[in-house]
Design a protein around this ligand. Structure first.
Ligand SMILES: Nc1ncnc2c1ncn2[C@@H]1O[C@H](COP(=O)(O)OP(=O)(O)O)[C@@H](O)[C@H]1O
Ligand SMILES: [Mg+2]
Length: 269
């Protein structure tokens, strides 16, 4: 049953050309709604990371319009840009934790944007912040790791710490750039289940670049297929036929490739 949906991110004729002249996004038009779980798929070099990072202005667009909520991302600077970034959690393949800090200290980093920077510099957080951080660790089943050094944890646990940090930040949107690409298959499933839980229970909008087509189809509510910087598919998982796969990857994929094995571009097209 569809009720009125809120657009949280909108791309209108967006182009991105890097300073060296390479055009990584070509006339991208997208509307992303609150609570969606979107998987972006495509060959390496298709523009997935560029697209994701344009949303929080890590990679500014060169033309067109990009809105997050009511905010025109291209116009945001200083405090307004910090507010946008506070609202958007990021999770990377490489986890991006402060390795030598404790798990709790990493998760508390999610509160930095809310607080006095001098207190943060001294490592002084309120009880409320600490409770919030511990709650999010508990939600992800790693509360017992709170005082361990981040780099002592397994990959799956480290990715849960990154997710806890995004939750503690109280983001309404999480951008995930190949979040499970460096995890083993079993851990991958449990981390994807965590993403799913966060999406369903908290209504957080998730946009994830995915290597594994099968996983994308299993977890996402919608698939965006990119090829050479263009959106060549945008729709439900149920319509991702072999034809669609061919339009995204240049040919059909073997079952191993759908499971995340690198697609060799030489043998495509
Ligand atoms: N800073 C940059 N300068 C120039 N070209 C870049 C830069 N970053 C990425 N690219 C190019 O843009 C294209 C898209 O890259 P990317 O968004 O990382 O793709 P994906 O995440 O799908 O692998 C690639 O051809 C890549 O080489
Ligand atoms: Mg990438």
């Amino acid at each position: 049953m569809e009720t009125s949906k809120t657009v949280v991110i909108q791309f209108k004729n967006v182009n991105k050309t890097y300073p060296n002249g390479f055009q990584a996004l070509k006339n991208v038009n997208l509307e992303i709604y609150s609570g969606e779980f979107i998987a972006i798929i495509g060959l390496s070099g298709a523009g997935k990371s560029t697209l994701l990072r344009s949303i929080n202005k890590m990679h500014p667009i060169t033309s067109g319009e990009l809105f997050v909520g009511q905010s025109d991302v291209s116009k945001l600077q200083g405090k307004e840009l910090r507010l946008l970034r506070r609202n958007i959690g990021m999770v990377f393949q490489s986890f991006n934790l402060v390795k030598r800090s404790t798990v709790l200290a990493n998760v508390l980093n999610g509160r930095v944007a809310y607080n006095n920077k001098f207190l943060m510099f001294l490592g002084i957080f309120s009880q409320k912040d600490k409770i919030r951080a511990l709650e999010s660790l508990d939600d992800l089943g790693i509360l017992d790791k709170a005082y361990e050094r981040a780099d002592r944890l397994s990959g799956g646990q480290q990715q849960r710490v990154a997710l806890s940090r995004a939750l503690t930040q109280e983001s309404t949107i999480i951008l995930a750039d190949e979040p499970v690409a460096s995890l083993d298959p079993i851990t991958t499933i449990s981390v994807m289940d965590d993403f799913s839980k966060i999406n369903k229970k908290l209504g957080i909008t998730i946009i994830a670049n995915m290597h594994h087509v099968d996983l994308a189809l299993k977890y996402a509510t919608r698939i965006i297929g990119l090829k050479d910087g263009q959106v060549v598919y945008d729709g439900p998982c149920s319509n991702v036929t072999d034809e669609v796969i061919t339009s995204i990857y240049g040919r059909s994929l073997t079952s191993n490739e759908k499971l995340g094995e690198a697609v060799n571009e030489e043998t495509t097209s």
